[in-house]
Design a protein around this ligand. Structure first.
Ligand SMILES: [Zn+2]
Length: 357
């Protein structure tokens, strides 16, 4: 299993809060709400804090040791005294010891269903067993809920009941990006710690360390939230070229193919190949399973093209993309590679000869 915990860090803009919590340590209220804007890493902070509370080698004001059995279990996502409640849609690793929220749902249409964005009542019910037995390690137990506003009304009420009669040796960490969306009765039972947006210089300095291009533009687009900016920069680079390619793929013809190959030659060929692979993936997926994964906004074009496509040619083109991706690392003339790729794409619809005119 990938050790995700080790990648997590206390970000520079959270240092003050970190020192505050460390000073207070286990004399903190048994329930805390961490609140602040999305994309600033509050959930990472909370996980590191949970690990710290559980660490068996922890002395006053120190961080988790990273070596004791508790820390090791935590890193592996299997600590018996730790529960992280998060909607299925946000869970990066469904087998990591998280209380999954789909236990109550009937399984008949589970495969086709979108992962839930809510934390349902059943996730909270499962906590009753968790808090009603002695802790496995004889120390504290920690329950982390993120984002707390994703709890259904029933789930919120169930949590409120637990907060009213707090189980022994148990810390609740609620993380929210919308403090006002939580029940006032929950708010009044919890200590609160604010995580404001980092100041711009601090956020920019951090983004520069991550070596992203144009950090100020990304940061602005994400409203000053540095982790959101980093994520957007990793997924959306060359946005303009992406739009050009999508336009060409949506309305394929010889003229646009030649023009597009020319316009895309300046960006890494591999990037264009990845975009193209996703497009072909959606065409196959639409044709065979009536679903679209990557291009919901272009669903009309995908639908139209998927029904027009020569299926064997489409599948062949999809396979060829794998080879193209391998050769994309070699120094070739990008424009020719792109032309070749897009001309092959035209052939998928070649029964419609008018496409070539
Ligand atoms: Zn430890």
């Amino acid at each position: 299993m990938v050790n995700k915990m080790e990648e997590k860090q206390i970000y520079p803009w959270h240092q003050k809060n970190w020192l505050r919590l460390q000073k207070m340590g286990t004399s903190l209220p048994h329930a805390l709400i961490f609140h602040g804007p999305e994309g600033t890493g509050i959930e990472d902070f909370a996980e590191i804090w949970a690990k710290t509370l559980l660490c068996e080698n922890r002395h006053d004001e120190s961080s988790a040791c990273g070596r004791c059995s508790s820390c090791r279990w935590f890193d592996q996502g299997s600590h018996p005294d730790y529960q992280r409640l998060t909607p299925d849609a946000l869970d990066p690793d469904p087998e990591s010891g998280t209380v999954n929220s789909d236990t109550s749902e009937d399984t008949s249409n589970k495969k086709t269903k979108q992962p839930s964005k809510k934390i349902p009542i059943d996730a909270i019910r499962q906590l009753h067993d968790f808090v009603n037995i002695t802790t496995h390690r004889g120390g504290f137990r920690v329950i982390l809920i993120y984002p707390a506003e994703a709890m259904t009304m029933e789930a919120s009420n169930a949590v409120l009941k637990m907060l009213e009669e707090p189980p022994a040796n148990t810390f609740f960490l609620l993380i929210t990006n919308q403090l006002g969306a939580l029940l006032p009765t929950i708010l009044s039972r919890c200590g609160k710690l604010a995580f404001p947006l980092p100041d711009k210089a601090e956020a920019l300095a951090w983004l520069e360390q991550q070596q992203i291009k144009d950090p100020d533009i990304w940061l602005a687009e994400q409203g000053g939230a540095p982790l959101a900016a980093l994520k957007a920069s990793e997924t959306d680079t060359n946005n303009n070229e992406h739009a050009i390619l999508l336009d060409c793929l949506a309305l394929p013809n010889l003229t646009s193919v030649l023009k597009t190959a020319e316009q895309l030659q300046k960006i890494p060929v591999k990037q264009s190949i990845i975009w193209m692979q996703r497009w072909l993936y959606d065409l196959v997926s639409k044709r065979q399973a009536d679903t679209i994964r990557y291009h919901p906004r272009q669903h009309q074009a995908i639908e139209r093209l998927a029904s027009k496509a020569d299926l064997p040619k489409l599948l062949m083109a999809t396979k060829q993309m794998v080879d193209r991706r391998k050769t994309a690392e070699y120094p070739l003339v990008p424009r020719l590679v792109l032309e070749d790729m897009l001309l092959d794409y035209l052939k998928i619809f070649s029964d419609q000869h008018r496409l070539f005119r």
